[in-house]
Design a protein around this ligand. Structure first.
Ligand code: PEP
Ligand code: MN
Length: 329
């Protein structure tokens, strides 16, 4: 942590800060840096409590944690700790594919089988959909659980499903292998805690316009509350400028470098168009994504939601075939 003093605080300010540090963080050994003090933090909990108290001191201009201090739990884990249900240790990227939402049962099963044959290692299996519009299809809800359980049995593939409410988590975790925290819920801390306690792997999307710091602190919640397997997913920001890249591949790379966790890209929601989604998928994999969470199905043209950005099985098959080996950041 670095603490900077106000310009006119002088030697008295420095003394005052040292005295306050001795009370607030008694074990720390502050070192002088230009303009203030640098302090090594041994526990994230201590740092979390100390920061607002230090910022509140009359001589302090600012206090900030470094990125490494922000994600000490995540940093302590390497990519090798994440194995089943998705194996990120293998040399090839992981593809989680399926329609945006589960709709009609037989159509979903047919897509699931076709996606497996085309190279998917896990299925998107959303039965609860958080939608910006209250009038849009919100997912099948619990009646869809039977459908995704059947797809899992028939394909043998693990399921990734989104939980939108703490009350859904335990029941979803009974069937699904990965609990997805969607962009809108990245800052829903009670949901993060519940997902972490589920015992299932958790996929955490970056919230729309969330900073790296906010994203990693949400990851930190998951690790603190017990998630043993965690994967991050960059999905872009909803406000995109036409012609500009719509996934933040820099944030994706930084998250990967800082945490050592696997980081996927979701090219679908950033694209809003299936040709753009396919192009973004290639770009993200070339930039070092550990895999994709991608909307793909047998019949995107009849989908109730997000059909526009859903790629065909053939497009998905070509994509998966193009990346048999992981490219590195
Ligand atoms: C999704 O993956 O189905 C989804 C709703 O995405 P996001 O949370 O990124 O909007
Ligand atoms: Mn979607």
């Amino acid at each position: 942590m670095k603490i900077f003093l106000k310009k006119n605080s002088g030697a008295a300010g420095l003394r005052g800060l040292r005295g306050a540090l001795a009370r607030i963080l008694p074990d720390c050994r502050p070192a002088r840096i230009p303009g203030g003090l640098s302090v090594r933090i041994s526990s994230p909990a201590g740092a979390g409590d100390a920061l607002p108290r230090l910022e509140n001191l009359p001589w302090v201009a600012s206090a900030a944690l470094s990125d490494y201090e922000l994600c000490p739990l995540a940093c302590a884990r390497g990519p090798k700790t994440f194995s089943n249900p998705l194996d990120f240790t293998a040399a090839r990227p992981v593809f989680i594919a399926g329609p945006c939402a589960v709709e009609e049962e037989e159509a979903y099963i047919a897509s699931a089988l076709a996606l497996k044959a085309a190279g998917a290692q896990a299925l998107r299996a959303a039965i609860f959909k958080p939608r910006s519009s209250p009038y849009a299809f919100q997912g099948l809800g619990w009646p869809g659980l039977r459908t995704i359980a059947r797809a899992k049995k028939l394909t043998g593939l693990p399921l990734a499903t989104e939980a939108t409410d703490t009350r859904q988590v335990a029941r979803l975790a009974g069937v699904c292998d990965v609990i997805q925290i969607g962009a809108r819920n990245m800052r829903n801390y009670e949901l993060l805690k519940e997902a972490a306690r589920s015992g299932r792997a958790v996929l955490l999307k970056r919230g729309m316009r969330a900073t790296l710091r906010e994203w990693l602190l949400s990851a930190e919640y998951l690790l603190k509350y017990g998630a043993k397997k965690l994967v991050l997913c960059e999905r872009g920001d909803s406000l995109s400028i036409p012609g500009r890249p719509r996934l933040d591949l820099e944030i994706m790379a930084a998250a990967k470098k800082l945490t050592g966790l696997p980081v996927l890209a979701d090219p679908s929601h950033a694209a809003r168009d299936r040709a753009v989604a396919a192009a973004l998928a290639v770009k993200a994999l070339r930039a070092g994504a550990d895999g994709l969470l991608i909307e793909a199905s047998l019949d995107p043209l009849t989908a109730l939601i997000d059909g526009r950005q859903t790629v065909s099985i053939e497009t998905f098959r070509l994509l998966a075939a193009k990346f048999p080996c992981k490219s590195r950041i």
